[in-house]
Ligand binder design. Structure first.
Ligand SMILES: NC(=O)c1ccc[n+]([C@@H]2O[C@H](COP(=O)([O-])OP(=O)(O)OC[C@H]3O[C@@H](n4cnc5c(N)ncnc54)[C@H](O)[C@@H]3O)[C@@H](O)[C@H]2O)c1
Length: 353
């Protein structure tokens, strides 16, 4: 197999701390398992933006598009850049620029100890959310009028195209088919968002006809939040729009044991040869930065997803098992009930590989 280049963007806050550990994991796998990977560390983020105004240069985007197989991102967001210009350029430059329309976020509990629901165990928490990643209310269309006056108006447009909705829904069904799942739930708000979510609703049931044996189920997103807390077990695959996917997966992260252990992939499912972007679900957590408190497990599980995508599927279960052992034995950071620092928690996981 030819060598694969991974562009690494540590980013801001705890991003560089967790990505330093993810880099150690990758270097270990290159060494031990002879994975043909090369890492390309990029100096992009708030520090760089504050130094020389650079956010996401075209030549970097072009090299990623032409040469890289994946991007591994820490997190972006820094209180010194309150309008998040750099974060928007980098994140949206990757997600929108490379048309990475599926944000895939597994919600899988790895340790009974961390499942916060009464009388539930890790067997009850195992589903995946397919969040539309290139449209919706995140496209930035809209504007403000009479800013700062008593009459001010602020509008964000919610963009939903048939093509965008359909390809995301299909990605969810394809995943269900590949993994032997019996149901796909679609979460929307078609009762209130009569135009946009009528399209989601109609497209979902039309597309479902191409997947006999997989039951299409509809749920309003508010009810979904209720059901996930009462009993997440019936859920296997959830497809939803950009905004709802963002919110529901933070709830999902809580069911797993917290944002410190939630991973995600941003991919163009129909064309897996395109570069994909892989990032922990969490943000830059500025209050934790520099205190050796950041949990590296989300970034480890993210590396697992990335390696599966790159054609090394045997690595993800190994990484997952090592992380699960660390969590079961509380050899982990404080947010998940341990007492180790970031590097020491990573050391334990690496020692299990
Ligand atoms: N994709 C991204 O880069 C991304 C995603 C979400 C938020 N953000 C940005 O991050 C900044 C902070 O946002 P926020 O506070 O809403 O979300 P956050 O994910 O940074 O933090 C939310 C909570 O989770 C905890 N947490 C998160 N990651 C953790 C880890 N690895 N280990 C231990 N605890 C962890 C934090 O301490 C905090 O209590 C903002 O600027 C926001 O815009 C970026």
């Amino acid at each position: 197999m030819s060598r694969k280049l991974i562009a690494v963007i540590p980013g801001d806050g705890i991003g560089p701390e967790v990505i330093a550990q993810a880099t150690r994991l990758l270097e270990r796998l290159v060494d031990q398992r002879k994975l043909p990977l090369d890492l390309w560390q990029l100096d992009l983020g708030a520090d760089r933006y504050l130094k020389d105004g650079t956010t996401f240069p075209k030549e970097v985007a072009d090299r990623i598009r032409n040469e890289a197989s994946a991007v591994l991102l820490g997190a972006l967001g820094d209180p010194r850049v309150p309008k998040l210009e750099h974060a928007r350029d980098i994140l949206f430059g990757l997600r929108f620029g490379f048309d990475l329309y599926a944000n895939i976020r597994p919600v899988k509990a790895l340790s009974d100890r961390l499942v916060p629901l009464k009388n539930k165990t890790k067997k009850d928490v195992d589903f995946v959310v397919f969040r539309e990643n290139t449209e919706g209310i995140y496209v930035g269309m809209g504007g403000q009028f009479k800013h700062g006056t008593p009459d001010e108006i602020a509008i964000n447009e919610d963009v939903n195209t048939r093509k965008g909705v359909e390809r995301l829904i299909r990605a969810g069904f394809e995943h269900a088919r590949r993994h032997g799942k019996k149901t796909v739930h679609m979460a929307d708000k078609s009762n209130a968002m009569a135009h946009a979510h009528e399209l989601w609703h109609r497209a979902f049931f039309e597309i479902a006809k191409d997947y006999p044996g997989i039951e299409p189920k509809h749920v309003y997103v508010d009810a979904l939040c209720l059901y996930l807390i009462q009993d997440p077990k019936p859920f296997e695959v959830v497809v939803t729009c950009n905004l709802f996917g963002d919110i529901v997966t933070d709830l999902g992260a809580a069911l797993q044991g917290g944002l410190g252990i939630a991973s995600s992939a941003n991919v163009h499912v129909a064309d897996p040869t395109r570069v994909g972007m892989f990032e922990p679900v969490h943000g830059s957590a500025p209050p934790l930065a520099g205190k050796d408190l950041a949990n590296p497990i989300a970034s480890f599980l993210t590396v697992g997803m990335m390696l599966t995508h790159l054609g090394f599927p045997e690595e993800e279960p190994r990484i997952e098992a090592a992380c699960a052992k660390a969590l079961d034995e509380a050899q982990c950071t404080k947010d998940v009930g341990g007492s180790l620092g970031t590097r020491a928690a990573a050391d334990y996981v690496l020692s299990q590989l």
